[in-house]
Write a protein that binds this ligand. Structure first.
Ligand SMILES: *[C@@H]1O[C@H](CO)[C@@H](O)[C@H](O)[C@H]1NC(C)=O
Ligand SMILES: *[C@@H]1O[C@H](CO)[C@@H](O)[C@H](O)[C@H]1NC(C)=O
Ligand SMILES: *[C@@H]1O[C@H](CO)[C@@H](O)[C@H](O)[C@H]1NC(C)=O
Ligand SMILES: *[C@@H]1O[C@H](CO)[C@@H](O)[C@H](O)[C@H]1NC(C)=O
Length: 699
């Protein structure tokens, strides 16, 4: 038994782990003895221990009390002292008389009642063949002792024992029981045979009884142990210890101790714990700290991250005072605490949120867009209807462009040509093969009252098919205001050509051709029973080949409905037939009058607002009447001898057009005819001059 015990002892010493960091003994005191750490309140030597916790170091072995060998002393997590205590025994001769015995009594509680036999860590064994053994522990019990516990071990002969397997301690030759707490003594009492019980005679196969308290799991019963003759044996046992009063004094609980001067839980991060085995208290380090709570600064922070098995962390570990943080790496996430559950990439959840939000936004946008599109469609349809689309869509030969087409044609209104009557005029290109260039004009706002007029107007314009009338190519009715698409006149208006580009040379022939074209256009219109109402150089456009195109006709009819606009637009006083001004009745002769002014401008290249009177017409008429010729008013650029006759003829024609009385004025067709004649004469005249003049000069 002793050999076995020593082997265990040596093994235990060999595997003793390193002491926790921080001071364990009082400063200046022997920290260990025989490989056993001596933590305060234990200590070796004066001033190194608390009363009741003195250890002596004899022959390199720590000794508690007088002769109790100490194997281990621990402070935390539980206050324990592992010691070697004697085995109680009683041996008999063949008659059953006691030969020698030992009750195992040792005094580990001296001045202070510090120790209790740990009831959780030890158990009681009794070995024998007709034996009842009890512990005798504690004071002031009902019968002398406070606590009794024990068991019966029996075997009638050696045969009984032979049937017992090693390791089985179940009543035959061996019994074992748990012990109660608060045991203060190791003393055993073997029941004697006073009353004829527990006889030990004729028991050579089982000469001794043994009883001992031993650390749980340490001892295994073997029947051979029964045949060993009694002698000194011992067993390791775990003692609980606590801070208690001196023998006879009461022991303080934590509540009481905290106020006492000799309170021992002095370390920062230490706390008091009530003893569970006997009265008193002991100290512990608080959560996250370890070390010796009985010493100042004895409790030190645990670096949990360095002990992953004890303090698991499945993420990134970071030690803090008294605790540790465990977080998942950025982009990772644990469903619960990463101390418990592995981190997984955060993607799923974030993605879920992102997708959720994304979808929400997406649907919102879709709904908004749909709403917007519906609204726009509705608006387009409404505009279409309002602008007479239902009537116009049945008109053959009229191209109706959608708002989208129009955007494409004008390349999103990127090229503005200028201002028309009611808004901007944009240049555009039709998506046809020849890429026809067009001008897109906004028209007057059409309301219910005007629908009829407007559609009529569009149809009239569409019907106009003459090289000198600006051609309507199509329209778009989906906008607030209808947009009309016309052929493009590359050279702008006659007004621009005459007055703005002063440097451009305009020959008499060209001027005549322009006059002829314009007259023909107007004459054609009159033949279709259309009156222009606003003839002026601004409304005579010139194509790339300088062919005049009458534009903006027929507006007056519409304009009359919108009074304000009418006044503004038809306010071009100088061109207006005074008869029309007086009567408000637009006739073909009104156009003739206005054309007369255009003719004057053509030959004089002077603006309609001219001279002292502020009117080219008045000035010209004055000179014409006094000098019987407008010669002094003619444009110097063309006042060459060979032109004079032609110019005078044109002036004369203009004067006829400008007659006060309408019936004095020629019809547009006549004007055109006259001009054509003059044009023909110019050719003849030129030929004549070319033939005659050189010979004249030679003479
Ligand atoms: C001493 O006790 C401590 C705490 O209970 C334990 O960790 C250590 O292993 C023991 N040492 C020996 C030699 O029993
Ligand atoms: C103990 O803790 C207190 C309060 O937390 C602090 O003021 C004191 O400095 C600490 N003592 C030592 C020795 O660290
Ligand atoms: C300790 O015991 C006392 C008395 O039994 C009790 O009042 C106190 O709350 C206990 N203290 C602790 C920390 O358990
Ligand atoms: C001492 O404290 C530690 C850590 O807080 C704890 O695990 C242990 O159970 C405590 N010991 C006692 C006896 O309360």
């Amino acid at each position: 038994m002793r050999r076995a015990f020593l082997a265990v002892l040596l093994a235990a010493l060999a595997t003793a782990p390193k002491a926790p960091k921080g001071p364990n003994s009082k400063p200046g005191c022997q920290p260990s003895c025989g490989g056993v750490d001596i933590p305060y309140p234990f200590g070796i030597g004066e001033g190194c221990f608390r009363e009741g916790f003195e250890i002596t170091c004899k022959n390199s072995a720590p000794i508690l009390g007088i002769n109790i060998r100490v194997l281990n002393l621990s402070v935390t997590p539980r206050p324990e002292a592992k010691v070697i205590l004697p085995v109680a025994y009683q041996c008999y001769n063949i008659k059953g008389e006691v030969l020698h015995k030992d009750q195992g009594n040792v005094n580990f509680n001296t001045a202070v009642d510090a120790y209790r036999i740990s009831n959780t860590r030890n158990e009681l064994f009794v070995l024998g063949c007709n034996t009842f053994t009890m512990t005798n522990s504690g004071r002031k019990g009902r019968h002398q002792f406070r606590y009794y516990t024990g068991c019966v071990a029996y075997a009638s002969d050696s045969m009984d024992l032979e049937g017992v397997e090693d390791g089985t301690c179940a009543g035959v030759g061996c019994c074992h029981v748990d012990i109660p707490p608060d045991l203060t003594d190791n003393t055993m009492r073997f029941a004697n045979d006073e009353n004829g019980n527990w006889l030990h005679s004729n028991q050579a196969f089982c000469p001794c009884d043994y009883a001992f308290i031993v650390e749980k799991g340490h001892y295994t019963f073997r029947t051979a142990d029964l045949r060993m003759d009694g002698g000194e044996t011992s067993m390791p046992q775990v003692l609980d210890w606590a801070i208690r009063g001196r023998r006879g004094d009461s022991s303080p609980s934590c509540t009481e101790a905290a106020t006492m001067p000799d309170y021992v839980c002095v370390s920062n991060h230490s706390k008091c714990v009530n003893s569970t085995n006997g009265p008193g208290y002991f100290c512990n380090c608080t959560q996250g700290y370890e070390g010796n709570p009985y010493l100042p600064n004895g409790c030190t922070n645990i670096d949990e991250c360095a002990r992953p098995e004890q303090f698991p962390c499945h993420g990134v570990c970071h030690d803090t005072e008294g605790s540790y943080e465990c977080k998942c790496r950025p982009g990772y996430h644990s469903f619960r605490d990463p101390k418990e559950v592995f981190c997984s990439p955060t993607f799923p959840r974030q993605a879920r949120i992102a997708i959720g939000v994304g979808l929400g936004v997406f649907f919102l946008v879709v709904v908004l867009l749909l709403g917007l599109i519906m609204h726009q469609r509705k608006k387009l349809a409404e505009n279409f209807e309002m602008n007479g689309g239902n009537i116009l869509k049945r008109v053959t030969g009229l191209t109706i462009f959608t708002e989208k087409d129009l955007k494409k044609i004008t390349n999103n209104n990127s090229k503005c040509l200028g201002n028309g009557f009611f808004g901007k005029v944009y240049k555009g290109t039709l998506p046809d093969i020849s890429e026809t260039v067009v001008a897109v004009k906004s028209f007057i706002k059409v309301d219910e009252e005007r629908i009829e007029e407007f559609t009529e107007e569009v149809m009239i314009q569409l019907k106009m098919n003459h090289p000198n009338v600006l051609k309507l190519m199509g329209c778009c009715l989906q906008l607030d205001v209808p947009m009309l698409v016309y052929e493009f006149a590359a050279n702008g208006s006659l007004r621009d050509t005459l007055h703005r580009n002063k440097r451009q040379n305009l020959s008499t022939e060209l001027r005549l051709d322009i006059a002829i074209g314009s007259a023909k256009g107007l004459s054609y219109m009159h033949s279709q029973d259309i009156r222009h109402g606003d003839v002026k150089p601004d409304n005579i456009l010139l194509s790339d080949k300088l062919i005049p195109k009458i534009s903006d006709f027929g507006l007056s009819k519409l304009l009359k409905l919108g009074e304000k606009i009418a006044q503004k637009v038809v306010g071009c006083e100088g061109y207006m037939d005074p008869v029309f001004r007086n009567t408000g009745l637009l006739t073909r002769k009104s156009d003739v009058y206005s054309f007369g002014v255009v003719l004057l401008e053509l030959i004089s290249r002077k603006q309609m607002v001219y001279g002292q009177s502020g009117s080219l017409v008045i000035e010209f008429r004055h000179i014409y009447e006094t000098e019987h010729s407008g010669r002094s008013m003619f444009d110097e650029e063309i006042v060459a001898e060979e032109n004079i006759i032609i110019l005078e003829e044109i002036g004369k024609l203009a004067m006829q057009c400008l007659k006060e009385r309408q019936d004095g004025r020629p019809e547009m067709a006549e004007v055109a005819e006259q001009l054509v004649k003059l044009r023909k004469n110019t050719v003849d005249w030129k030929e004549y001059i070319e033939r005659v003049l050189p010979t004249r000069r030679q003479q």
